[in-house]
Design a protein around this ligand. Structure first.
Ligand code: SF4
Length: 322
């Protein structure tokens, strides 16, 4: 995804935002739809959601909703997961171009090659993978449940993909297993440097540091707390310290401020692969796109039935074990 990625059709006025939000909510009610949004979504998109969560929470919601239509404000692999878990529902993705660069770093044929190389290993995929890749693995995990689930797996040898940084962090917590790590990474999280975090620590010596495990191991070393987005929310909003340095996607600031506005949340300001401080594909979901999608019921997520069937097994195994 290049720097030319279209982030916002045009700047909306506060009144235009309100009007669009009202129209979207009316359509959602009329059509018995539900809007699921990831924490990294734009604030104005989060505000129209029925449910906001991280990958694990959103997968659970997608599996249990009784709505007829799921409008998924997140990146492509999340919409695919929702479709796999609710195959008879209409899942709509307001911007089909919004993929996850990390999920696209591994393909199904590469997993099949690895299977031949490591026949005795259990294959674990981060939920941030395409449906094709999920169809090839034994179990999925999220950053919230990965160590807990992998500890329970029978095999001593684990192939983990695609996020090398997350894999390294998990391997330290599960030292009795051998890990073979795919060399993928999350471009926004990997952009944060230990130097930048050290500087923030110097500037705010009384602040606690919460880090997402997709960050570089040298950044993780500087953390007081390492956890998934939802775990960071719990920690940052309840830890005694009034100031918290938060090393993850800046979209989370909106949620943190809503939950506990009495704290100061300090986010790094490094530019990433698309010249922004945020994940630009997450921000590719805009209110006008959501409106058009809900109104016309376009951008339906469709997957081959055999892929859905095979990809469902590792996801359901994860949900059962987490
Ligand atoms: S923050 Fe990273 S893992 Fe999440 S969607 Fe963006 S690139 Fe993918």
């Amino acid at each position: 995804m290049g720097a030319g990625f279209e982030l916002q059709e045009k700047e909306l006025t506060p009144q235009e935002i309100k009007n669009l939000q009202r129209k979207i909510r009316r359509l959602v009610e009329e059509k018995n739809a539900v809007i699921l949004a990831h924490y990294y979504q734009r604030p104005e998109v989060q505000d129209i959601a029925d449910f906001i969560g991280d990958s694990l929470e959103l997968s659970r919601k997608a599996a249990t909703t009784d709505a007829d239509i799921i409008v998924f404000c997140g990146v492509r692999f999340m919409c695919e997961t929702a479709k796999i878990l609710s195959p008879h529902k209409k899942v709509l993705h307001p911007n089909p171009e919004s993929g996850c660069p990390m999920a696209d770093m591994v393909r199904a044929d590469q997993v099949r090659d690895l299977r031949r190389k490591y026949p005795d290993a259990e294959f674990v995929a981060y939920i941030n993978t395409t449906a094709d890749v999920k169809a090839e693995v034994d179990i999925c995990v999220t950053s919230a449940n990965a160590p807990k689930i992998i500890k329970k797996l029978k095999s001593k040898k684990i192939v983990f993909l695609p996020d090398q940084a997350l894999g390294e962090w998990i391997s330290r917590q599960v030292p009795d297993k051998e890990f073979i790590l795919w060399k993928g990474f999350c471009p926004p999280h990997f952009e944060f440097t230990a130097r930048e975090v050290s500087k923030l620590k110097e500037k705010y010596p009384d602040a606690k540091v919460a880090v997402h495990p997709e960050c570089h191991p040298k950044v993780i070393e500087l953390a007081d707390f390492v956890g998934s987005t939802s775990q960071i929310i719990k920690y940052a909003t309840s830890v005694e310290s009034r100031k918290v340095i938060v090393i993850t996607e800046v979209g989370l600031k909106y949620t943190l401020q809503k939950i506990n506005p009495y704290k100061e949340y300090i986010f790094p300001e490094s530019m990433n692969y698309c010249g922004t401080v945020y994940c630009c594909t997450m921000k590719g979901i805009t209110l006008p796109k959501v409106y058009e999608t809900v109104k016309n019921e376009t951008n339906e997520v469709l997957l081959p039935p055999d892929i859905m069937e095979r990809a469902r097994k590792p996801i359901e195994k994860m949900l059962a074990m987490s």
